[in-house]
Design a protein around this ligand. Structure first.
Ligand SMILES: [Zn+2]
Length: 102
């Protein structure tokens, strides 16, 4: 498993994505930040995974995730996937409820 990152636009369209070389980390890259900046007017959410981890933001996430944006984090476990939504605003990363469609 590798850690992955997606830039999501309207209608759930994947506007850009990249993946790390391992499950342990997805290093910051200039290409990712350039893509986010270029697509900033179209971004609905940013999503990334934590293979083998939780759906809580890591310390690196708290420092580096794009502000003023919805973030989805998937914690990929062997038995199940944990999914959490976060708003990264002026007050830091705040958890958002996820409603299931009827
Ligand atoms: Zn993360």
């Amino acid at each position: 498993m590798r850690e992955v990152f997606f830039v999501i636009g309207r209608g759930g369209a994947v506007l850009w994505s990249d993946a790390g070389d391992s499950a342990a980390a997805l290093p910051d890259t200039r290409e990712r930040w350039d893509a986010i900046w270029r697509l900033r007017g179209e971004i609905e959410e940013l999503a990334h995974s934590h293979p083998g981890g939780t759906a809580f933001p890591s310390a690196a996430d708290a420092r580096s995730l794009w502000r003023g944006c919805l973030h989805l984090i998937a914690g990929l476990q062997r038995e199940h996937t944990l999914l959490a939504a976060w708003w990264h605003g002026a007050g830091g990363l705040l958890p958002l409820p996820i409603a299931e469609q009827p």
